[in-house]
Ligand binder design. Sequence first.
Ligand code: PGA
Length: 251
Amino acid sequence: MVRPLIAGNWKMNGTHRSLDLVRDVVSGLASLEDKADCLVCPPATLLGQVSQIAGESRLVTGGQDCHAEESGAHTGDIAAEMIADMGATYVIIGHSERRSDHGESDAIVAAKAEAAFRADLVPIICVGETLEEREADKTIDVISSQLKNSIPDSAANQTFVVAYEPVWAIGTGKVATPGQVAEVHDEIRKQLSQRFGSHGDERPLLYGGSMKPGNAAELLALENVNGGLIGGASLKAEDFLAIYAACVSNL
Ligand code: PGA
């Protein structure tokens, strides 16, 4: 069985005042069953402090993006090694907001995945179709091409996570139906399995896009959904913990 992962993506939200949210997550997690991993990805400005608060607890931390190179003249960018140096163990890459706001191609995402491996971080590689692509019946084609080109071959020997996030469901309150999620997740599992064998069968597949306490149980019960990448609802400890609780109660 794949050990699930509940991951919070704070996006560009949070100042030092948000550290109380981390303290609440750490203490809430202590009373929930240890059957899934729990991750928060705060903005880089808070990563060191969040990692310190997470300390020896079950909460782990991650970055929201990294540069492909280890160092150099890239003003404003952050290397995977710097994220690891802040105590983080994961990094989200290829989020649709990076792909659209920063023009990140699959090739860039694949290079970032290599950077994560180099720095001993687990990349959470995001894929997802736009509404236009779904309506044109291109969802599976888009996902297949993103998987093929955003996941480097070196992933065969590395730990990584894939997140399916339909762009139209992110931050919109429009959640994909369990049928829609199952179709894409089953396809992702099939393709990872074909490409990477049993290693592909063991990768956690996360769903992301308006996951909330009210819809989490149903989505997390799907066979090939092994957790969630949660934006808005990760900004409230109570909601984030409720999603974690829904995840472990399914097991
Ligand atoms: P959302 O964001 O939960 O606010 O829809 C998810 C994500 O973009 O990772």
